[in-house]
Design a protein around this ligand. Sequence first.
Ligand code: SF4
Ligand code: F3S
Length: 106
Amino acid sequence: TFVVVDNCIKCKYTDCVEVCPVDAFREGPNFLAIDPDDCIDCTLCEPECPANAIYPEDDVPAGQEAFVALNAELARDWPVITERKDAPADASEWDGKPGKLPLLQR
Ligand code: SF4
Ligand code: F3S
């Protein structure tokens, strides 16, 4: 499965959701998660993310391994998102800031 990692937090550009053929993305307040039960590893979403926040589960950046389990956990509770929406007004200010996990809203 593919997973969404730290840099999506507070960026949430949502370009990723429109290309997913199986509607695997789930939407939280300031982060998106991929449901591992739905993802078919098509790879289409990975290059769509302007924040480079999508990785194969076996290749997540060092230190971000917890996002594999976190995507699965959050996807259980969050609704499906299939249409792109405007990013937060300050998304570009947060793009690239490390260690945003404490800011994740559930
Ligand atoms: Fe959807 Fe493909 Fe991305 Fe999996 S890899 S979340 S199936 S677009
Ligand atoms: Fe997040 Fe990138 Fe999608 S910032 S919402 S994973 S396009």
